[in-house]
Ligand binder design. Structure first.
Ligand SMILES: [Mg+2]
Length: 285
């Protein structure tokens, strides 16, 4: 059986400015075993190159081709709707570069879309332009619904919170393209050229990573980087956290380090590991 991996980055590969133990080893295993993979993030602020530099600093060896952001997914989504679209953007270089690469021009003059992305570039003039463009009929997108972002200094308001401000002002709802929107998961799967049952999603957030992957029928592994009680308190899936049913299941490991096979780079090793996780969960149920 073929297998490919989609890996969330923040909380799985790194947390803030620290790499998570086992992450570099797991990526090395995927490379040596020729298992296709993509590293996903809902953070549309950095470009893939920015992320690559950060990963290399952490000792994670990969390439820009393995990085897929919600900014890139948003650009792809617009191209499928209207390839000649223009957009007004509240966001940073990751989103702006993705739009430029996709041929979407950025303008404040009658844009087809208003796009809110992740980042720290925001002032009242930008909100006014966005508000008036949405009022005038522009499509209202956000790269992701995350209302806050973890930073080394503590949480800060996220893209979803800025979108919520404009939603409140305009009375219009934003369409969030990033996780858990199935669009981003499906686009990632297609990039790997895999079928649904050949995809393993590894994430640390039930509401985005596991929810979206479950909706699409991917195999899932939740890593408990996030404090487990918080997951139990917040997740609508809490009663079904440990379940195996039909085409999909949710696995649970304490860290990505648990996924690094002990016996070398044999691609079967990860499948064996998945089987053992499934068996241990069956026993637990
Ligand atoms: Mg995460």
């Amino acid at each position: 059986m073929k297998l490919g991996c989609l890996l969330d980055m923040d909380g799985v590969i790194y947390r803030g400015s620290e790499v998570i133990p086992g992450a570099a080893e797991f990526i090395r295993f995927l490379t040596e075993a020729s298992i296709p993979y993509l590293l996903l993030t809902n953070n549309s602020a950095p470009t893939p190159l920015d992320i690559l530099v950060k990963l290399r600093k952490f000792g994670v060896e990969t390439t820009v081709e393995h990085i897929y952001t919600s900014g890139m997914a948003t650009a792809e989504w617009i191209v499928r709707q209207k390839p000649t679209a223009t957009a007004y953007v509240i966001g940073e270089s990751g989103l702006l570069t993705a739009l430029n690469d996709a041929g979407i021009a950025v303008t404040r003059d009658h844009p087809d879309y208003v796009i809110v992305g992740e980042g720290r570039t925001l002032n009242f003039e930008m909100l006014e332009i966005a508000h008036r463009a949405i009022d005038a009929g522009a499509g209202f997108l956000s790269t992701n619904a995350d209302t806050w972002c973890p930073t080394d200094a503590g949480p800060r308001p996220g893209c979803g919170a800025i979108a919520a401000l404009l939603e409140s002002a305009t009375g219009r709802q934003a369409y969030h393209v990033g996780k858990p929107n199935p669009f981003m998961f499906r686009a990632a799967r297609k990039k790997l050229g895999l079928a649904t049952d050949e995809v393993l999603m590894v994430g640390d957030t039930m509401e985005t990573d596991i929810r979206g992957a479950t909706d699409l029928g991917f195999k899932n592994i939740l890593v408990l980087t996030e404090e487990p009680q918080r997951i139990k308190r917040k997740s609508p899936f809490r009663n079904g956290l440990l379940f195996i049913t039909g085409a999909f299941w949710v696995g649970l490991v304490e860290s990505i380090a648990r996924l690094v096979p002990e016996n070398g780079s044999n691609p079967e090793a990860i499948l064996g590991l998945i089987d053992s996780l499934k068996n241990s969960m069956s026993a637990a149920n």
